[in-house]
Design a protein. Structure first.
Length: 230
């Protein structure tokens, strides 16, 4: 009778977990950077909307082999006539023309895995690789990439669609050159299927109690077996 009660309790716990799973309580988050101060630095460790850790920076490699010059990017008003006639705040990093080689990089880390995401990317006259990563259904690392073409319009829209069992964790893109200047930018980042914090906590608590129930049921079976053999 006691064992049957444990089984029934386990089934209730399973039903609770299914109802409180992140998949059942997910949301879509839009980060357009319009609410962030123009001119503020974009550095790792300052998550946007508590969901995305963004790093943007330029690196200059001096010809005289002195230390590299690394400069954080900033939120800047970036022209985008396709959507905003007066420009829009966006994450931007740039470098002026000069004699030295340089790199521009923007990276985003999702603090919670998402099922899909989209973003507007600017890479100027450079063809730029866009790399994204996450984990598959088995928890193994997952990687993908595409090329951002050199475009005359300010932004190129990227859609990373759902893939079975994949939880996306972030992306990066950048470019480099040895002549002239350049700039890259990120805007209108949309995250799909973001698990709500409360759901993740409930899932963890539920799994903890299910493990306790499992151990109790195994112990109960052992006691009954010994009683029968006696």
């Amino acid at each position: 009778m006691r064992f049957a009660k444990i089984i029934n309790t386990s089934l209730v716990a399973v039903a609770f977990l299914l109802g409180a799973s992140p998949a059942a309580n997910a949301s879509t988050i839009i980060i357009d950077f319009n609410n962030y101060s123009v001119g503020s630095l974009v550095q790792a460790g300052n998550p946007y909307s508590g969901l995305v850790n963004i790093r943007a920076e330029s690196t200059i490699f001096p010809e005289d082999l002195s230390p590299n010059i690394v400069t954080p990017g900033r939120i800047a008003i970036f022209p985008n006539p396709l959507h905003y006639s007066g420009g829009t705040p966006a994450v931007r990093t740039s470098v002026s023309a000069g004699p030295n080689a340089w790199d521009l990089d923007i990276e985003a880390e999702f603090l919670r895995g998402v099922t899909a995401f989209s973003a507007d990317i600017y890479a100027g006259s450079f063809q730029t690789p866009f790399n994204y990563f996450g984990t598959d259904a088995q928890g193994n690392p997952f990687y993908g990439s595409l090329n951002i073409p050199s475009v005359s319009e300010p932004f190129f829209h990227v859609d990373i669609l759902p893939s079975a069992g994949v939880s996306f964790r972030g992306f990066s893109f950048g470019t480099g050159d040895s002549v002239g200047g350049g700039e890259i930018a990120l805007d209108n980042l949309i995250l799909y299927g973001v698990p709500e914090t409360g759901s993740v906590v409930l899932l963890g608590v539920g799994l903890f109690f299910m493990e306790i129930l499992r151990r109790k049921s195994q112990k109960g079976l052992g006691i009954r077996s010994e009683a029968q053999s006696a």
